[in-house]
Write a protein that binds this ligand. Sequence first.
Ligand code: GLA
Ligand code: ZN
Length: 668
Amino acid sequence: MTKKVFNRILFGGDYNPNQWPKEVWQEDMRIFKNAKINSATINVFSWAKIQPSETDYYFDELDEVIEMLTEENYDIVLATSTAALPAWMFKKYPEVARTDFEGRHHKFGQRHNACPNSLVYQKYAEKLAGKLAERYGANPRVTCWHINNEYGGECYCDNCEKAFRVWVKNRYQTIEALNKAWNLEFWGHTIYEWDEIVLPNALGEGIDYDNTAFAGISIDYRRFNSDGLLNNFKMEREAIRRYDKATPITTNLMGTYKTLDYFKWAKEMDIVSWDSYPSYNTPWSYVALTHDLMRSLKKEPFMLMEQTPSQQNWQPYNSLKKPGQMRAQSYQTVAHGADTIQYFQLRRSVGACEKFHGAVIEHVGTEDTRVFRETAQLGTELAAFGDSLLGAKNESRVAILFDWENYWALEYTSGPNKDLKYVDQIHQYYRYFYDKNIAVDFVCSEEDLSAYSLVVAPVFYMVKEGVKESIEAFVQAGGTFVTGFMSGIVGESDNVHLGGYPGPLRQLAGVWVEEIDALAPEQTNSIQFIAGKEGTSRLLCDIIHPETAEVLANYTSNFYAQTPVVTKNSFGEGTVYYIGTELDADSLDYCLEQAVLSADVHAVLDEHTPLEVVLRQTDTEKFYFVMNFHEETQKLPAAFVGKSDQLTGQVLTEATQLSQYDTFVIKA
Ligand code: GLA
Ligand code: ZN
């Protein structure tokens, strides 16, 4: 079923008229109209203006902004401003600041700087959210609430330490259970009282952000921190709901951002929104991955809350988007499930660190720029075709397992190979499906798998309680499951599943992994498939004993030459592939090809094409997005000959070609 949250595609973005004199506001309205901008995200960083002191609130300016946007019939995305605290709050209550990983307690400065467990911060954030909802919640032009901004980071202050002890006690109930879960007998770190627990930063068990002496403690700290920030979100949400029962509430997420368990967060949000900032060299498959991940959090359309119309300021090399690139990138976002296209920001800052960040209106102050013309073209196209697409679904029979706790645990391991990175591994598998135009969802460990016929779980290191049963049931019923090295190793507290790797997945995969070899970047092993194909192996190499599995490929070098590296096992009605190393792309494709055949999964289009083709569908209509992200011109797939492009009305023929960034949307 199509789920519509908005009545039109929101097209706009972060707008900060509070940083500009009033004369500019009217000029903004005039210029934005020419780009068909219909939405503005306001009040993201205005706490200091709205609450200039502990007792005073001042809404006059925001009233005027909202009045102006209401008159212009904008969809207002109203932020709560709690992501940057006013200076007076730090001066009077230094506890609102964070203590960082090194143990330094911060002063006023930066943003995203509140201690999530500070009662003072909580009190004033809640009050502000409530006041905003009371004042503006009934305005029908307020279309969406935007709580805070890009929640993230960590705090290691004394307040957080106390809150952590309470959280830990709640989770483990007894000191004995805690000592066991964290394996504190190791190095004689056994504790006897709850107040002996300290936060795992550089003053405790932490070494740096990704290294710790006790992963069990550090993973629990991450759970606690993600939950703590989520409680801040929920608190503001409840404050808004006291006055406004219906307007959707979101906060902007950041793709594969490590610190927050976004699957858990999404359950508390009415709609997922996120900020997409690929770099000049980010592969398009990776950009697509992040959109699919964000859509998958709720398996519903999402908001693109921010992208730049041209360049960023905060990356090492802030390249311009080439002509047509922003358009293509925007349609790719819509193709993967976005119902909004919003920019950061609508007018470029005059000062501070974002003055080199692109915007719809550049420093020249007029609409006579390339960036504006491209924005206006997109706005005009979206206004013409957009609404029929709202709420359309992306259907998929393939799921890739992406689990934040697994992400944390995998990257905390001391050994076997420091180059093992979770998202990079996920991307290697995702890229195959992207290249083949096979639609993919992401799932977390706890999710019901019955909607899928193929589930891929790369580096599925942490297998939590109950998960083995769910995967076994999926395969038993005929599903195809792909996993491999560094899987099934630990449970939820990072203690090893004893009895041979891959622990709970051993029977399922039909293999026992006796040892794991690590290869340095300059080292590779060679492999050969039984069918003849040769390939290479990198990073980590499982030394495998097949138990019930059939061998598909063996190593052909090193002391474990002639032992298996890829296997296939029958389990119930289904099939399990085990890939015991990081394969070269061609060999990985070869394995996944077989998994796709065994799962009877199909591409969006029968014809193979280097173009990206994505299908979104409503209850009655199908929209094919056809995009060329290659430098070389590509020919139109035969299936689309004779159709017309919804964006330009162009009738597509056998002679139609797509240059780089050309995009068609075809209705079927
Ligand atoms: C983030 C923030 C914005 C802005 C942009 C710049 O996404 O949410 O406030 O700083 O980055 O790219
Ligand atoms: Zn704190």
